[in-house]
Design a protein around this ligand. Structure first.
Ligand SMILES: [Zn+2]
Length: 748
């Protein structure tokens, strides 16, 4: 009898199907042992000796394993093929050894990167020992995280500075705060462009002004409307221009590499709106049922077998035009080659149809397409760039036509930061010296944009670029910083730091520079990789990290709280008080942040003489931001229509009538939209969304996105303001709670 131990019940089910009689597969249900969550579980004076405990609730599962073990001759430890999986195998082996139940039995470690019959039986034919290097890397990581958690967090609690300071999470919060600082200090600059409406043989196209009176016009050259008006009136349309230069080029675009954990999370976020957590949970299910290879990887290479199956599929399905002569090769840049094996890909290519549904089907399709596309030919483009001389000006336009789809037939990547290239801008056939009719000129006002806030996708990308975090940790980092309320997400799923996030980062970057330092954290991750590759040893790594950190912690214990608060105020001043507007309205002294058990607030530095306090709401910045936008007062859209931002948000006006334009910004508003808003037939109301029935009342709950005071939900004459569309459960909660409150009040 053989016993195979995996960590998840669904993986156990899949594998048991493949192995047949003589085998029993049992799950440990994740980790079974961890450091005791109290002070002193790591003895830093005694080679970092850890004190472990069986995790609460796991005793039962261990007993099941031990019972099964009695009937077995051979034990296979088959947890996931990475650092954490190796650690689970090691813990189980260690526990069973200590209980003396492995006597006379053979213990093997096996790992599979895909759970297919072939991969499982092959792995069992080639078992190995537990990899001590991987286990050591896990131990260093776990012990470091523990030491930081148990030494820094109490310092936070004592002074109401925050809940906890995780190693990698704190850097992620700092990235979000740093971006917010950049945005807050950003000054938008105005610039203009001049566009010619060109016509040739009834074909219309646009061209941009690039030269005027011999001077090159660049993005920021035209600073204001006066300059632009002068140019427009000098060129004076309608008029004619002449083509002075034509450049024709063929360009190609190469397919994207197959998915790694990070690129999968990024693409699932932009294409499917999945959070990192949702993507990883779904990928895990696909892996455990044998549909895809292991989902925690930073490798981009594919096995030879997979490549030949993919090539066969492309040739059969799309024809040889889409099949490159040689397979496309993607080289893995990863440093921890020990753990990295293959990209995330489907396990079978003969048939894309599966009986999956919901999230699993959506994610599987994405992986399927990306994998097939990565072995397809380049996409090809014809591009034409044309200069048109008009009097003393030169206009320029570029036309691009996709002439061969190549891999784009199957897959195109979404760009998170909105700088999508235009693939297909068609120009009519044009030749040098052709006469072009310029019917009119259009001038457009623009403003430079602050850097975009991070989304989950762009933050994961950034962490990967900086060498922070690893495939196994990105999703946890994202959910931890949200769960601990250091950041929150807006409707576009962009991260905003909360006040708690600001305070944490102010404190850590003043007193624990290393903990939030990008290079330091990247170096620590590298050290872990070195340990897992057997280049460095466990003890020296722990020492080199812990000794300086411990010194910092010891000296941080003695810093006076008032000093800390001064530093925090310095760090946050621009965020809290725009334009140094930090005078107490009661006595004129300086205002500043104060920390209490019940949260942060603004108080007067003249306390206790002056008792002025002010609430500190987390949406402070949103209001401030609005003010900032108001610095640029308005945007002239033409035809005497102006877009403005007022006290109640953006609106358009034609001088006689104002209409709210809440959905628009300086960048997205156009003359057409403004005309439409101002016209009388703009009375159509946005239809409410039916969220479902409230089981308590039997009435439908509706969501209105366009209430006078913002979005709200409504059911049975109860209205409640909401930030965004809630799910039914939340809506029911809100409605029922409000109802109870009203009822209670009446009863009094
Ligand atoms: Zn005061």
């Amino acid at each position: 009898m053989n016993l195979l131990i995996v960590e998840s019940p669904s993986k156990a089910k899949t594998i048991e199907k493949y192995l047949g009689s003589g085998w029993h597969v049992i799950a440990s249900v994740g980790h079974v042992r961890d450091l005791i969550p109290e002070n002193g579980s790591v003895d830093t004076k005694n080679d970092f000796k850890p004190k472990w405990q069986i995790m609460p609730g796991k005793e039962k599962q261990l007993k099941l394993i031990i019972d099964e073990l009695k009937k077995a001759d051979n034990v296979y430890l088959a947890s996931d093929p990475d650092r954490e999986g190796e650690a689970i195998a090691w813990h189980i082996n260690d526990i069973l050894n200590a209980k003396n139940v492995l006597k006379g039995k053979n213990v093997y470690r096996v790992a599979f990167h895909e759970i297919t019959k072939n991969a499982v039986t092959e792995a069992i034919k080639h078992p190995r020992e537990i990899d001590n290097n991987l286990v050591d890397a896990y131990l260093v990581r776990r012990i470091l995280d523990y030491l930081i958690g148990f030494s820094v967090s109490p310092l936070l609690w004592k002074r109401n500075l925050g809940k906890s300071a995780g190693r990698v999470q704190s850097v992620a919060v700092k990235l979000v705060v740093d971006r917010e600082k950049e945005i807050e200090s950003f000054k938008a600059k105005e610039y203009w462009s001049v566009i010619a409406n060109c016509t040739v043989d009834k074909n219309k196209f646009d061209a941009n002004l690039i030269k005027y009176n011999g001077k090159k016009i660049e993005k920021m050259t035209l600073e204001n409307k006066t300059i632009v008006n002068e140019i427009v009136s000098n060129i004076n349309t309608p008029t004619f221009g002449c083509i002075s230069n034509i450049d024709r080029k063929k360009t190609q675009r190469h397919a994207y590499a197959p998915f790694t954990t990070s690129t999968l999370q990024q693409e699932a976020a932009s294409k499917l709106s999945f959070s990192s957590k949702r993507t990883m949970a779904t990928a895990q299910k696909l892996y455990e049922q044998g549909f895809i290879t292991y989902m925690r990887t930073d490798a981009t290479n594919l096995s030879n077998e997979a490549v030949s199956e993919i090539r066969e599929y492309i040739s059969k399905e799309y024809g040889n035009k889409f099949l490159p002569k040689q397979p496309n090769v993607y080289i893995t840049k990863s440093k921890n080659a020990q753990e990295a094996h293959e990209a995330i890909r489907p396990t079978h290519f003969s048939d894309s149809k599966t009986d999956l549904s919901g999230d699993e089907l959506k994610l599987y399709n994405l992986i399927w397409k990306r994998t097939i596309a990565c072995q397809m030919t380049n996409a090809e483009f014809d591009s034409v760039s044309v200069d048109i001389d008009v009097k003393n000006a030169v206009f320029h336009c570029v036309g691009t036509t996709r002439i061969f789809d190549g891999f784009m037939k199957v897959y195109t990547e979404d760009n998170d930061d909105n700088n999508k290239e235009n693939d297909n801008v068609k120009l009519p056939p044009l030749n040098i010296n052709d006469k072009i009719e310029i019917k009119s000129l259009k001038s457009e006002q623009h403003f430079t944009q602050p850097p975009a806030r991070f989304s989950e996708a762009s933050l994961v990308k950034k962490l990967e670029e900086l060498g922070i975090g690893r495939p196994s940790t990105y999703a946890t980092i994202m959910s931890t910083i949200v769960d601990r309320k250091y950041v929150e997400q807006d409707k576009q799923h962009r991260f905003h730091p909360t006040i708690a996030g600001w305070i944490l980062v102010s404190y850590l970057s003043n007193y624990f520079k290393d903990l939030v330092d990008v290079n330091f954290t990247a170096k620590t991750e590298d050290t872990l990789d070195d340990v897992s590759n057997g280049v460095r040893d466990k003890l020296s790594s722990l020492k080199s990290f812990w000794e300086p950190t411990n010194k910092t912690i010891e000296s941080a214990k003695n810093i006076k709280t008032t000093d800390i608060i001064d530093k925090i105020n310095e760090f946050m001043n621009n965020h809290l008080f725009k334009d140094n507007n930090d005078k107490c309205p009661k006595c004129g002294a300086k205002l500043g942040i104060k920390l209490s058990k019940y949260g942060a607030f603004i108080g007067c530095s003249n306390y206790p003489k002056c008792d002025y306090t002010m609430k500190l709401s987390d949406n402070l910045y949103t209001a401030e931001n609005q003010e900032k936008i108001q610095e640029i007062k308005e945007k002239d859209l033409g035809e005497n229509i102006i877009f403005k931002i007022g006290k109640f948000g953006p609106y358009v006006t034609d001088g006689s009538k104002n209409v709210s334009a809440k959905k628009y910004t300086f960048e997205t508003i156009t003359l057409d939209i403004a005309r439409e808003l101002l016209s009388d037939n703009n009375k159509k109301k946005v239809e409410p969304i039916n969220l479902g029935k409230n089981p308590d009342t039997g009435k439908i709950i509706y969501y209105y996105s366009d209430g006078k005071y913002g979005p709200y939900i409504s059911s049975n004459r109860v209205n409640i303001s909401v930030k965004e569309q809630p799910d039914l459960e939340t809506a029911i909660d809100l409605i029922n709670n409000k109802k109870t409150k009203r009822f209670v009040k009446r009863g009094k």
